[in-house]
Design a protein around this ligand. Structure first.
Ligand code: SF4
Ligand code: SF4
Length: 168
């Protein structure tokens, strides 16, 4: 391969004596940093950063947060254990065990309904697939933290009473 004819790089650029000293450029850089620092200290309201966790970002209503299960008027789960959500789930993280409902007008109900939040990708396909509007992701909860892996496996009771903050 020949380098003939290619433009000469910046290494060949002649530097002035002032640039070769470096210190004036270092001081100039520090000046820019200090100018921004002082500006931010004096104009904190203009700063684009947020004082998290005291201050939290407000997401749109369409934001998909942690799941919840909807209830009927009597407090029982609206879910009829049809498995549509678990079938649509690309992460295979919903596990439902169906049981016969004592009310003959309702075919089935979920004896267990577990979601593995560590596997979930928050795509929202489960709530879109549900024919009964029984599962929603409108809690607005996006801080999902726990100190052990098993805490991320949430069950039916948790999903039916999902009113806590992000801490599992
Ligand atoms: S949001 Fe997506 S990945 Fe998570 S449980 Fe629903 S379908 Fe599965
Ligand atoms: S949450 Fe909806 S889609 Fe999932 S099993 Fe229950 S009724 Fe079916």
């Amino acid at each position: 391969m020949s380098f003939e004819g290619l433009p000469i790089g910046t290494a060949a650029k002649k530097r002035s004596f002032r640039e070769k000293l470096y210190f004036p450029e270092i001081l100039r850089g520090l000046g820019v940093t200090i100018r921004h620092l002082l500006h931010n200290i004096l104009h904190t309201a203009d700063m684009p950063t947020m004082q998290y966790p005291e201050e939290k970002r407000v997401y749109s209503d369409r934001f998909r947060g942690r799941h919840r299960l909807m209830k009927r008027e009597d407090g029982s789960p609206r879910c009829v254990a049809c498995q549509m959500c678990s079938t649509a789930c690309p992460a295979d993280c919903i596990d439902i065990v169906a049981a016969e409902h004592p009310d003959p007008s309702i075919e089935k109900y979920p004896a267990t309904f577990d979601i593995d939040l560590l596997r979930c990708v928050y795509c929202g396909l489960c709530e879109e697939a549900c024919p009964c509007d029984a599962i929603r992701m409108d809690t607005g909860i996006y801080e999902i933290a726990a100190d052990k892996r098993s805490s991320f496996l949430v069950d039916k009771e948790f999903l039916l009473n999902n009113t806590t903050d992000g801490t599992l």
